[in-house]
Design a protein around this ligand. Structure first.
Ligand code: EPZ
Length: 416
């Protein structure tokens, strides 16, 4: 297993460019299945999850060509199968995003059930409920899901909870369905808006994206297009947290400040000074942050994907705080690792109670999920003494060249 050595007490200064958003490009890659014409994508981040998604598309018979370091040419002219049975699909939950488009365009999809992961069981019952409502015949056995449909019929769907990939799947199924589909309780995440922006360029008829009620009128076919993926707000937020944890001054460019508002608002409450332009955000602080309470919620609430990074800030903040994780049932696995570094955190169900301490201390820790791996790096940068972080492969799933970018800001990180 790859590991990283991080030298402590590194203050970060300078500018870093945000990469394309993982949670936008995964549904966007799936959406290329909805047309027989070519789709050209730019600002595609180089992440293992994205490479896996490309592999899954190629396994279906889709043409995928790298036309630049962050650009792809994709054409699902005709497929040689509509089944994704490789174990790869279990490794990466984003594979569930192929279910909607394959059923919508080809009337048939078979997928190995995406596994849960460390942060939760992550069932796909809402995806299945919606496909059934759209007229598909969905069967599940112990490890596969199969959907069949002549033509999907638009309908009114209200999901039981806000689900991001669930909303994406329903939209991608509905764009080729007969008639009107209304999604109530839809996810409002910016990544959903980015997917809809692409689908509209492909000829889809959608409105309400970014709100909890999205309306889609099905069309007979979609055409090709060219699109630039939005920047990754979670990567950007992670860099801003690294700046605050190390009492530095970092500007993240290539990101729209508005989609980070729920994060920068919290940083400001922690005593950090925030500045921004139309495509950059800057955070700086010269003292310990102030503790703030956090409750994770669907967008526009505080993002669960920023929870572990803010736990590090609260761990070294002045004062006590409580972080409530409402989205996933097991997203506090970074707590014992932070406690090894001297953090004072106790978990009680959904709540983590944190007593800020002046310093963390370098230790050997292990990453437990994608965002926790970034949080441990942030903690190690702020800590006194050096740290070793194990299972660092998690990091490469969602962060492109993280250590290179951090080292450019003054960090001293070595991959061993
Ligand atoms: C997306 O996961 C993101 N992944 C996650 O990012 C993110 O944490 C999550 O949304 C919440 O914002 C991608 O977009 C690829 P959900 P998703 O469906 O869609 C329950 C990262 O680090 N649920 O919104 O899988 C589910 O168990 C990753 O980049 C059902 O019960 O999350 C969870 O408790 C981690 N049944 C809650 O809803 C369903 O059918 C929200 O899940 C679907 C979801």
């Amino acid at each position: 297993m790859q590991k990283m050595k991080v030298l402590g007490s590194s203050r970060l200064f300078g500018e870093v460019q945000a990469s394309g958003a993982k949670n936008a490009v995964l549904p966007i890659l799936a959406a290329t299945l909805l047309t027989s014409e070519a789709v050209v994508l730019h600002n595609v981040p180089q992440l293992t999850d994205v490479l896996l998604m490309q592999k899954l598309l190629i396994s279906l018979g889709v043409t995928v060509k790298q036309t630049g370091s962050h650009s792809l040419f994709i054409q699902a002219k005709s497929l040689n199968t509509t089944s994704i049975l490789s174990d790869d699909a279990q490794l990466m939950r984003g594979s569930v995003l192929t279910l909607g488009p394959l059923t919508a365009r080809f009337g048939l999809a078979k997928l190995v059930l995406p596994g849960g992961c460390s942060i939760g069981a992550r069932p796909i019952d809402q995806h299945i409920k919606a496909l059934n409502a759209l007229g598909a015949n969905v069967e599940i056995d112990e490890n596969h899901v199969q959907a069949k449909a002549n033509r999907l019929l638009g309908t009114h769907i209200k999901t039981d909870m806000v689900t991001v990939t669930g909303t994406a799947n329903i939209i991608m199924a509905a764009v080729l369905a007969e008639g009107l589909t209304v999604i109530e309780n839809a996810a409002c995440e910016p990544e959903i808006v980015d997917l809809v922006n692409l689908l509209k360029l492909m000829g889809a008829n959608i409105r309400g994206e970014g709100t909890s009620c999205i309306e889609i009128i099905g069309v007979n076919a979609l055409h090709g297009t060219e699109y630039t993926v939005m920047a990754d707000r979670i990567e950007a937020g992670s860099f801003l947290c690294a700046a605050v944890a190390t009492q530095g001054d970092v500007l993240v460019s290539g990101i729209q400040p508005t989609i980070l508002a729920n994060v920068t608002r919290k940083l400001h409450k922690m005593g950090c000074s925030i500045d921004f332009g139309n495509d950059w955000v800057r955070a700086k602080i010269q003292k310990r942050p102030l503790a703030v309470n956090i409750i994770t919620e669907p967008h526009p609430g505080f993002p669960t994907d920023m929870q572990s990074q803010f736990m590090v800030l609260n761990a070294i903040a002045e004062g006590a705080s409580c972080i409530t994780e409402t989205i996933f049932e097991n997203r506090f696995m970074h707590v014992p690792e932070l406690v090894k570094m001297g953090a004072q955190i106790s978990v009680n169900g959904q709540n983590a109670h944190i007593q800020g301490v002046p310093n963390l201390y370098g230790a050997e820790v292990k990453a437990t999920d994608l965002r926790a791996s970034a949080a441990l790096i942030i903690a190690a940068l702020a800590a006194k003494g050096d740290s070793i972080i194990n299972n660092i492969a998690y990091l490469d799933r969602g962060y492109e060249s993280m250590e290179t970018k951090l080292n450019q800001l003054g960090a001293k990180i070595l991959r061993i």
